[in-house]
Design a protein around this ligand. Structure first.
Ligand code: FAD
Length: 508
């Protein structure tokens, strides 16, 4: 299956094909809900709504699973990336307890969808181990353990972890799980279609227009679809609106290896407390076990040599495990919210548009939860978690600190990228397989030379907010440092928030 990068993830081996029976689109038809995006969030939402009798249409710009859902590592954990001590600080204890309860509900929901719809996706219940190797980390782990207890998560100190790493302190948390993400969404899609749900791939939504009693969804030139409700399950919502400034895009790196000793694969999830931290699990590649290790995160387009991140990850793995061979390496994108919790719920004041974003590295959990919350609001008029995750919540102090930090980067890119002059004077200096921003006849251009030597030149100004894109060598893409839009080497859009391609330039 296709993904939004040049590297291949383990999960892409799964082909997601389907047949839709007898679907002829009547342009007068008004759906109850149009869901934009066919990752875990879109398909969970669509299935929840269709199963409750709503008539749904899923519109996907590329193919099912094209986004981060096929670039994930699929830990299903109540141990969230943003620590509970931070959530307690920003939202209070009661809301932190509710967050832990919601994360647990998400795992239970995945488990019950799997049972109800007979989805074969290697779902396995397990524990999570967190370990500290230094005094500073041990202190942090102690804070985390105290916060786990405060929010009701079952955890305890242990003297053993299911890995070879040496540690000062470790905690085991029960009630976690792991699964195969693309097999899972394939199962969600099958169930959704069997319930009469509709889907259209290769349909990039460019605009949503308010009509009197419905909303009209438009692509460039490919027909329109109408619905009473719209759900943006696009990972990051397109366009510029208040949420744009509360989301920060990050890249994270993953490798999957075969170990020399079959007994070394851990059954449980493992996390260290480095900054950024490493996350480890086992999975199956066909019938063979593999170890998957993630980490080396950085803000999108803020790392000059992204290949180096894979090398650092591999050296971390080889330092601890006896590796037979490396099987896969891939990277993917996630979005941090300003205050540590995702934004799930109403996008518009008219209460007919919904959004689900800011999942950090917990989108299997929050994407599933989004499906539950948004479908509850549409069907029952409310959700128990609606206020906690409301996109319009205001957390002035937490958000302001984050806004200052993140905006400084955005402003820097608006100004200095436009003034900086690349020393490269002509394209001849660009090696095969390399991309660069160069000054060419007085203009900045994004230039890439492919393996055969052919040159591709693009206007490097991102179509979202006007920042200059940067070359991502590992994924052979042009990535925007401000809000994370990504483009392929021919300028075609890989992921939003922009919704148009980078214009290509003719080279004399
Ligand atoms: C390396 C990595 C590891 C991770 N590991 C974990 C983990 O272990 N556990 C966990 O819980 N989370 C993890 N996450 C996070 C999680 O994978 C994501 O949050 C989750 O997959 C997001 O799912 P989604 O459906 O919201 O978005 P996506 O999967 O990105 O899907 C969005 C879809 O919307 C489509 N789309 C976008 N714009 C438009 C448009 N205008 N018109 C039509 N379609 C559009 C896209 O093509 C895409 O297919 C990880 C993330 C990364 C980067």
């Amino acid at each position: 299956m296709e993904r939004d990068g040049a590297t291949q993830s383990l999960w892409q081996r799964e082909e997601i094909n389907y047949t839709e029976v007898n679907f002829v689109h009547n342009s007068k038809d008004i759906f109850d809900v149009i869901i934009i995006g066919a990752g875990i969030t879109g398909l969970t939402t669509a299935l929840c709504l269709q199963a409750a009798g709503k008539r749904c249409m899923v519109l996907e710009a590329h193919k099912v699973g094209f986004g981060t859902t096929s670039g994930t590592t699929a830990h299903l954990n109540t141990v969230l990336d943003n620590s509970y001590s931070k959530i307690i600080k920003n939202f209070g204890l009661e809301n932190a307890i509710r967050t832990a309860e919601a994360a647990d509900l998400a795992i239970q929901s995945i488990e019950s969808f799997i049972a109800q719809y007979g989805i074969a996706c290697n779902f396995t219940r397990c524990a999570a181990y967190l370990y500290a190797t230094e005094e500073k980390e041990a202190k942090e782990l102690q804070n985390m353990q105290e916060a786990f207890h405060q929010v009701g998560i079952n955890s305890s100190y242990v003297h053993h972890i299911p890995g070879p790493m040496k540690f000062k302190k470790a905690v085991c948390v029960s009630g976690q799980a792991r699964f195969h993400p693309t097999q899972y969404i394939k199962g969600l899609l099958k169930a959704y279609l069997e319930l009469g749900g509709k889907i259209r791939e290769k349909y990039l939504v460019k605009k949503v227009q308010e009509e009197d009693s419905f909303q009209r969804v438009l692509s460039a030139d490919d027909g329109v679809y109408d619905a009473k409700h719209i759900v943006y399950a696009t990972h990051t919502p397109p366009g510029i609106h208040p949420l744009t400034f509360k989301l920060t895009p990050y890249r994270s790196y993953v490798i999957a290896v075969e170990l020399t000793n079959r007994k070394s694969y851990p059954n449980d999830l493992i996390y260290d407390l480095k900054e950024p931290f490493h996350y480890i699990r086992k999975a199956k590649d066909g019938e063979s076990p593999v170890l998957i290790i993630g980490g080396e995160d950085h803000k999108t387009a803020h790392e000059i040599n992204t290949v180096h991140n894979f090398q650092k990850l591999e050296s971390f793995v080889r330092q601890h495990y006896s590796v037979q061979r490396k099987l896969y390496e891939w990277s993917s994108q996630f979005y941090e919210s300003a205050d540590g919790l995702p934004y799930i719920g109403y996008l518009s004041e008219k209460k007919n548009k919904f959004v689900a974003t800011g999942f950090s590295g917990n989108g299997m959990i929050y994407g599933t939860l989004s499906g539950k919350i948004i479908s509850d609001i549409i069907i029952k008029g409310k959700s128990k978690y609606q206020n906690l995750f409301s996109p319009s919540r205001v957390k002035p102090i937490a958000e302001f600190q984050s806004f200052v930090k993140e905006s400084a980067d955005v402003i820097k890119h608006f100004v200095s990228d436009r003034l900086s002059v690349d020393k490269l004077k002509n394209t001849v200096e660009i090696g095969k397989g390399e991309g660069r921003i160069v000054k060419y006849e007085g203009k900045k251009i994004a230039i890439y030379r492919d393996k055969e030597g052919e040159l591709f030149a693009l206007n490097p100004v991102c179509r979202h907010a006007g920042c200059i894109v940067q070359w991502n060598h590992a994924e052979r893409s042009w990535d925007c440092p401000c809000h994370g839009t990504r483009y392929a080497i021919d300028g075609s859009l890989l992921n939003g928030p922009a919704s148009t391609d980078l214009p290509s330039l003719k080279l004399e």
